[in-house]
Structures are given as C-alpha cells and as structure tokens.
Design a protein around this ligand. Structure first.
Ligand SMILES: NC(=O)C1=CN([C@@H]2O[C@H](COP(=O)(O)OP(=O)(O)OC[C@H]3O[C@@H](n4cnc5c(N)ncnc54)[C@H](OP(=O)(O)O)[C@@H]3O)[C@@H](O)[C@H]2O)C=CC1
Ligand SMILES: O=C1O[C@H](COP(=O)(O)O)[C@@H](O)[C@H](O)[C@H]1O
Length: 490
C-alpha cells in the first residue's frame, strides 16, 4: 500500500539551536526523511543558527553525522544526502546579545518564501529571539515560529512567555509543538472516534467504566539533569502530552478538522477537569522517584545518585486519578501515569467498558471480562478491541477473552513517519490542528499548578520505587482501592 505525498511550497527553515540535541536527533533527520519522501519543492533551504562559530562546511558535517546516526541505514542514500546537505547553511547568532541577526537577514534575502523559525533553544531565550527577528525586519506574514515545550513552568511563566512571543507573532503564526500529537496512533484516535459510528453511542459514562493512560519510559535522566530536575514528571509529561491524550479521548466531536474547531473542543475538556486541591492531592495523586535497580538487562543507578549532588524532591513518576466534570464523563475516572525507569517503554490508552449486567453462562464457562479498547501509541502502534468469545471446539460453553487486533505494522506496509516529520510539514502548510493554542496551554497549567502547590505544601518527598518496576506501590493502591487494576503494557 502506498501513501500519498502532497508536496509543500518551497520554504526557508531556520533552526535556532541548530547545533543542539533536538536538532541533531529529531529535526535534521525529520527534514531529511521528508526530502526523500518527495515532499519538498525547490528552492527549499535549511539554515542552522546558534552561537558556535561554524562554517557552512562544518555545519554540513554536523548534519551529515546526525543523519547517519539517527536515520535508519536503509533510508540513507548518498545522492539524497548530498542533495540535502546542499540545502544547508549556517549563521552564528547570539539571541541574547543580538550579534549575527544581520547575517541572518542577508542569508534570507528578500524572498517571499515561507519562513519557519524553529526555536530549538531554552525557553528563556524565546522572547529575545522573537524581538530580534522583529527588530531586523524578519517577521513577514509568511513567517511562522515553532516553540517547543515546556511553555513555562507554571501558569504565570507560561503567560509571560506567551506574551513575549505574542508581541511579535500573531496567534495564527505560533506553532506550540507537542510531539505526541504528531504520533500516528494519536491521530488515529480521532479517526477511530469520529470516522466510525460504532463507538460514539458507547463513548460516555453510561457505558465506559474508566480510562487509563500510561506513558512508560525505561530511560532515566539521560544528560538532561539541569532541565529535568527543575521540571519533574508532572511538568515534563502530564501538563502537555498526557493531557493532550486525555483531551482527544474525552472531547466532543468537533464540527470539522479545522484547527480552531478541534482546539475549542480540547479546551472545553481542560476547563472541565476537576481541580485537585490541597486536601485531595494526597488521595488522588502519587509521586515517585526511582532508586537503583535494573533496566534493559543491566543495573542502573537511582535518580539521586545520577544527580551526583544528592537528594532532590523532583518526581520521576506520577499517577493521578482525574475526573472530568461534564455530562459525558461525570463519574468516570481517568487514571493517568507516567514515569522514567519503568518496566518497559510503552504508551497506551485503555478504555474499559462497563461489565455485562448479568452472565447467563454459569460457573463453568470461566470469567466474563469487561470489554477493553486498547490504543497502543508506541511501540507496535495499533488498536486492540478485547471481546469475549466461545472457546473454539467441542466440550461445552467455555469463554475466552481475545483481542480483535489491528497492528498497523502488520496491516499496512508503509513506513510510520516520526512525529516531527508530520508536524514540521504541518508548520510549512500553516495547519495548526495538531498544535496547542495559547488558551489550551494555560488551561492545562491552571489544572497542574494546584497539584504542585499541594505537593510543596505537604513537605513530603516522592515515594521511592525500584528502577525497572511499575512505580511506587502507592500507584497500585490508587487504582485498586477503586476495585480496578492497571493494565500494564507488555
Ligand atoms: N532534546 C529533546 O529531545 C527535546 C527538547 N525539547 C526542547 O527543545 C529545546 C532545545 O532542547 P535541546 O536541543 O535538548 O537543547 P541543547 O542544550 O542540546 O541545545 C540548545 C541549543 O541552543 C543554542 N543556544 C544556546 N544559547 C543560545 C543563544 N544565546 N543564542 C543562540 N543559540 C543558543 C545552543 O548552541 P550554542 O551553544 O552553539 O549557542 C544549542 O544549539 C528546549 O526548549 C527543550 O526543552 C523538547 C522536547 C524534547
Ligand atoms: O517530551 C518529552 O518526551 C520524551 C518521551 O517522548 P517519546 O516520544 O519517546 O515517548 C521524554 O523522554 C522527555 O522527558 C520529554 O521531555
């Protein structure tokens, strides 16, 4: 099966932070993949911009290495790589002092082409870059700016950051990226819900018992100590990725796929989340921090040991029982959990339907399990609808719980593009459907901030958990005291 590639108009892609980790591991490989997929039209250019004094040749060497290391070998073709490198140039700029912006203006010239300013830099300098772009006359109507998470560390700082960016770019030019929205199965969740008549009549509190969202990672701190220790799992993963997933599960059908139609519906969900205040935080949330243990077959250090400077109150795991106070979802818990150094790397959404009201099969037929819809985001993207069937063959009526399995890799022989590939092309097209609007980001912080405040006020530390497990025992208690169980991804 082939997928249809729709070429985009020629564009200039300016990667601020073009020498950083994100550019190396994600942006340059994603742009290369879109080129070999045939999505570029000419003349498309990519300009790296950061403080290091590099020549064009040296930046091309950096990009060549990034692509060789982060693109699968089968996709590396010498002629395509040369063609890609020929698009690249580099300008040394310092966003704080402002040096180099004149050079950037010269490199861009007077073209009317689409300009994508991708801010792959620390949020502290987003405002500086935007203002300097404006001062140098580099913000045309065709310009877009892409900002990475985290947008702030609480509501006040997010508002300040949004104000700074908003002084220079109009909201329709601002692309707040959440790479989870570019994942294939996340978009498929919308197709599943809104392109099928089957689920919608059941998609409410009359038929759904609860929802689980698990985003589990096996990695630890990696080399992101300075960022992660100030952020923690709630800010790093829940405020953005997990709440976005929750929105897509819980939102009403938008009237169409236009950006604002979709974002209006997500915003209503965020605003309907029941606040978790001081007293409730100890009952409805669990924090953890990994201790030494085993991961991917080897011994790994605990978080505090990795930090080197000792103890830290930062959580590397969080589980939350969330409620959405509206007609569709009242009384349906959404259990959310994410953590580093867990038993496996996997992300899943589980929709558990209510059990049948009465079993007619008697004691010998075996258990009757509730139907579950399991949406697997990664790895092995796909959807499984668990149902009860009769165990095949003679010997009476015995029941079995089996999945109707739609694994995308098996069903479709097409390459599954990385989230950044899809999202970067959407920026060029000017399609904001899969990007967060200012009010969404701020509504998410309004829900997150009281949880943080409650944790700080409690003076308690996160509970320890052994690396390579499913988090602290309190997380299991959080769901089991409601008579339910976590569905641990395999
Ligand atoms: N890495 C990842 O996987 C993810 C990153 N993000 C976000 O992306 C952004 C970038 O992260 P990451 O790539 O990891 O960070 P890095 O620290 O690896 O890179 C930062 C980049 O910014 C440049 N830079 C720093 N100061 C200035 C300045 N004053 N003027 C111009 N350029 C500057 C650096 O180059 P130089 O020193 O040469 O100036 C470098 O290229 C952050 O906001 C991060 O939170 C979000 C999700 C995932
Ligand atoms: O944004 C982030 O996401 C990654 C996990 O992304 P995934 O696509 O590998 O699931 C996480 O490791 C990182 O801490 C966070 O900043």
């Amino acid at each position: 099966m082939t997928s249809q590639i729709i070429p985009v108009d020629p564009f200039d892609f300016i990667a601020f932070g073009g020498t950083g980790d994100l550019a190396e591991r994600k942006l340059l490989p994603a742009l290369y993949q879109r080129q070999i997929a045939g999505q570029f039209t000419e003349p498309t250019r990519i300009i790296g911009a950061s403080r290091s004094k590099l020549s064009n040749k040296e930046y091309r060497e950096f990009a060549s290495k990034a692509i060789t290391e982060h693109v699968p070998e089968k996709d590396i073709h010498a002629d395509e790589l040369q063609k890609f490198l020929a698009r690249l140039s580099y300008v040394a700029v310092d966003a704080v002092s402002g040096t180099g912006f004149e050079g950037l203006r010269k490199a861009l010239g007077d073209s009317e082409r689409i300009r994508v300013y991708y801010l792959a830099v620390a949020p502290a300098i987003f405002g500086d870059i935007c203002l300097k772009l404006k001062d140098h006359g580099l913000v045309s109507e065709q310009a877009r700016v892409v900002v990475e998470k985290p947008i702030g560390r609480n509501l006040a700082s997010a508002q300040a950051l949004n104000d700074q960016i908003g002084q220079v770019f109009a909201e329709h030019q601002i692309f707040r990226i959440d790479h989870y929205l570019g994942k294939e199965t996340v978009q498929n969740l919308m197709a599943l819900r809104f392109a099928n008549a089957l689920y919608e009549p059941l998609w409410n509190s009359a038929h759904i018992d609860h929802v689980q969202i698990t985003v589990a990672e096996t990695v630890g701190l990696e080399d992101r100590v300075s960022y992660y220790d100030k952020a923690g799992a709630l800010r790093d993963m829940v405020q953005n990725h997990i709440l976005q997933l929750l929105c897509l599960v819980a939102m009403e059908a938008p009237s169409n796929m236009d950006a604002d139609a979709v974002r209006d519906e997500k915003l209503k969900v965020l605003r309907s989340l029941s606040r978790i205040n001081g007293n409730e935080a100890s009952k409805l949330t669990v924090r953890g921090q990994y201790r030494a243990g085993a991961s991917a077959g080897g011994a790994v250090k605990g978080y505090a040991e990795e930090l080197q400077n000792g103890a830290s109150p930062t959580e590397t795991f969080v589980a939350i029982k969330a409620e959405i106070a509206n007609w569709r979802w009242a009384g349906v818990p959404f259990y959310l959990r994410t953590g580093k150094r867990l038993a496996t790397k996997a992300s899943e959404i589980v929709i558990e339907f209510k059990p049948i009201p009465h079993s007619i099969f008697g004691d010998h037929a075996g258990m009757v399990y509730a139907n579950q819809l399991v949406i697997r985001l990664q790895p092995d993207e796909g959807v499984k609808q668990w149902i009860m069937i009769k165990d095949p063959g003679p010997g009476g009526m015995r029941l079995r719980h089996v999945p109707l399995d739609m694994s995308f890799a098996q069903s479709f022989a097409v390459r599954n593009p990385d989230a950044y590939e899809r999202l970067v092309m959407d920026v060029v097209r000017g399609n904001q459907t899969l990007f967060m609007r200012r009010d969404e980001v701020e509504a998410a912080w309004r829900w997150i901030d009281p949880i943080h405040e409650a944790w700080e006020d409690s003076g308690q530390s996160p509970n320890g958990y052994t690396a390579g497990t499913w988090g602290p025992s309190g997380s299991i208690a959080l769901i089991e005291r409601d008579g339910r169980t976590w569905h641990d991804p395999q």
